[in-house]
Design a protein around this ligand. Structure first.
Ligand SMILES: Cc1cc2nc3c(=O)[nH]c(=O)nc-3n(C[C@H](O)[C@H](O)[C@H](O)COP(=O)(O)O)c2cc1C
Length: 395
């Protein structure tokens, strides 16, 4: 408990697990695993340090759950595919538990925005429909990083090859893959998993109408567009049982579309929330860079508040919460039940202890150097791939 932010620092149950407070570490891709996806000692130290900083729940970075259907999205992304991965993740889970915190593994499949260098020869990325991402321009723009990457001039645009629509059998298979990965996460000692349905990746590509052009049971109205995510959740729940945490992350924009919006604004959030009301999950998790910005000029209701009300589910709210007062307001305003903190925890693992003291938190603008090794232009992957430098000794 804190005399300053009593709700934020109160115990709360997420599903069947009691958390010491309502601060959640948001999933943050670090690309610090071995090339074969095995979590490293550096990752153990990184997560343990943030657990020691006093969060109630750690959510790991996006992790791939099998070697099929272009599941791996990034170089040096961790996996939960085999016994070696399980053993290495167990160290992370043990260290986080040692600090008295809970932790869940964030499972994802990239879909049409996977780094092409992760594709097998001849393999296409997969998506809801036959589409191609417009790509994005790297947003790591310090000269240091250019030197490290051997880039001169402007940052290259990241581009992706065309993606193909998934068949019904493949959709089933991917949902099974999530369930198998979730079972391995529990075997590794995690308290549950989060399913990534946000930020432009595969399940988002089904939920967002701009990337889902299907006219079968998985396309069209909101209840169809969330069908795949619900299938994944049902299979995962069956695999991990009722006692483990299961959350689903949502957003209205993605890595290749930072300005993306749900076209129906808050109305879409209500429909999507209602369609998810019977999903066997413990909470939704809203991802954004500012949760108060709903992108809907006709309403001032934050998206997570609308989703929470329409679904009746608990809500983890993320995006632009950088001090104790803002975090407390998320909880007292009805926007959510937990607050997820991303970039401030990169910068300062002791964020929870600092805000609990009531002192102002000296948060500076996002330091872009935290984004490491994002994909470069996909065409290079098939001709002369750029040399990916070793981790600089003085990083
Ligand atoms: C470098 C970086 C890596 C990220 N990796 C992930 C990820 O693996 N999965 C995910 O759902 N979101 C990811 N995000 C989004 C964050 O979880 C979060 O939504 C974002 O940082 C905004 O929250 P904040 O304002 O608290 O930082 C990442 C963000 C950054 C900056």
């Amino acid at each position: 408990m804190s005399e300053f932010f009593p709700t934020l620092f109160s115990e709360a149950r997420l599903g069947k697990v009691t958390l010491r407070n309502r601060i959640v570490m948001a999933p943050l891709t670090r690309q610090m695993a071995e090339p074969d996806g095995t979590p490293t000692e550096e990752m153990v130290a990184y997560y343990a340090r943030r657990a020691r900083g006093g969060v109630g729940l750690v959510i790991t970075e996006g992790t791939y759950q099998n070697d099929e259907l272009a599941c791996k999205g990034y170089l040096d992304q961790p996996g939960i595919v085999n016994a070696k991965h399980v053993m290495a993740w167990r160290k992370v889970a043990d260290e986080v538990h040692e600090q008295g915190e809970a932790c869940i593994l964030h499972l994802m499949l990239g879909g049409r925005v996977v780094d092409p260098r992760c594709l097998k020869p001849g393999e296409s990325p997969v998506s809801a429909s036959d589409t191609q991402s417009d790509g994005w321009v790297l947003y790591t723009d310090t000269d240091d990083e250019k030197n490290i990457r051997g880039i001169e001039g402007d940052w290259p645009k990241v581009t992706f090859p065309p993606a193909r629509a998934l068949s019904h059998d493949e959709i089933e298979r991917i949902a099974e893959g999530f369930a198998e990965g979730a079972a391995r996460a529990v075997e590794a000692g995690f308290d549950g998993v989060e399913i990534h349905g946000a930020n432009g990746y595969l399940l988002y590509q089904f939920i967002h109408p701009s990337t889902n052009l299907r006219n079968d049971d998985y396309g069209g109205p909101a209840e169809n567009r969330v069908r795949f995510a619900k299938l994944v959740c049902r299979k995962v729940r069956a695999a991990i049982g009722p006692g483990k945490i299961l959350t689903l992350r949502l957003s209205q924009n993605g890595v290749d579309d930072f300005a993306g919006r749900w076209p129906g604004g808050v109305g879409d959030a209500k429909q999507i929330g209602a369609a998810l009301a019977d999903a066997p999950i413990d909470a939704l998790h809203w991802a954004s860079f500012d949760y108060t910005d709903n992108g809907d000029p006709s309403s001032d209701v934050p998206m997570p508040a609308a989703l929470r009300k329409a679904s009746g589910l608990a809500m983890i709210v993320n995006g632009g919460v950088d001090d104790g007062a803002k975090a407390e307001k998320v909880l007292t305003s009805g926007a959510g039940d937990f607050v997820a903190i991303g970039r401030p925890l990169f910068a300062q693992p002791d964020w929870p202890y600092i805000v609990r003291s009531g002192q102002p938190y000296p948060w500076a603008e996002f330091d872009r150097k935290y984004v490491v090794r994002p994909p470069l232009d996909w065409r290079w992957a098939y001709s002369a791939p750029p040399k990916v430098p070793d981790w600089p000794a003085n990083w």
